[in-house]
Design a protein around this ligand. Structure first.
Ligand code: GSH
Length: 228
């Protein structure tokens, strides 16, 4: 098998790439990255000094590919499934890339800031930074609510890279900053993402690790009993 994905089953960024791999049914091997294990951490830093997972290694092309959006583009180029994650139509592709960025930068990133802040000792927490991150997420929820009116997927009519980015960002953000009863389009979109077999598979694989998630106490019960 030529592809190795260096990843952790609980990691939201890894879920984004797993969704694309499962959508295309691309064979790959998963290499566990464990930042708690100095040996595993050092091996990962040797592979990718930035230290952010996931990273894809393609043995056939001897290529190391980092950053989730770039990995998904790479998979589309060299290991494409029946339906590309980057839409063929240039205008729809631009929309898919835009929404990939919006989900990564304005939902996923502030969600990670909230988790990192929560992990700090109480005296070292940054209340203003947390309020800003939460405000960013809420404003992006409003944008998604408007955008998803009358649509199934974030860009065009088909599932794309934008939806790969949306699923894990919304999953973990929604636990910390609930969608709210009035954001019907956002909630319905999230339910469609949850029902998508590619994402469900990534979540089922993550289930044994949810006990280590820092906001485990806020996780809805139904996420702990997902079935394929
Ligand atoms: N921009 C990166 C973000 C990846 C990322 O944030 N990965 C997290 C796990 S979800 C990570 O490796 N965190 C480790 C750290 O920050 O030290 C991407 O899209 O690949």
């Amino acid at each position: 098998m030529s592809l190795r994905l260096h990843a952790h089953p609980l990691s939201s960024s890894c879920h984004k790439v797993l969704i694309a791999l499962y959508e295309a049914e691309t064979p790959f091997t998963q290499v566990m990255v464990n930042f708690g294990d100095p040996e595993s951490h050092a091996a990962f830093l040797a592979l990718w000094p930035v230290g952010k997972m996931p990273v894809l290694y393609d043995a056939d092309r001897n290529e190391t590919v980092a950053e989730t959006s770039i990995i998904i583009e790479y998979l589309d180029r060299y290991h494409a499934g029946p339906q590309p994650m980057l839409p063929a139509d240039p205008d729809v592709r631009a929309q898919a890339r835009l929404w990939d960025r919006l989900f990564d930068l304005y939902v996923h990133d502030p969600m990670q800031r909230l988790v990192a802040n929560h992990l700090r000792p109480k005296a070292e927490r940054d209340a203003r930074g947390a309020a800003e991150a939460e405000g960013r997420i809420v404003r992006t929820y409003d944008l998604i609510e408007t955008h998803m009116e009358g649509r199934d997927w974030a860009a065009g009519n088909a599932f794309s890279i934008a939806d790969c980015a949306a699923a894990p960002a919304l999953f973990y953000a929604g636990i910390i900053v609930p969608f709210g009863a009035d954001r019907h389009n956002l909630s319905a979109y999230f339910e469609r993402l949850l029902a998508r077999p590619s994402y469900r598979r990534a979540l089922i694989e993550a289930q044994p690790w949810f006990q280590y998630y820092p906001y485990r106490d806020r996780m809805p019960e139904r996420f702990l009993n997902l079935k394929g």
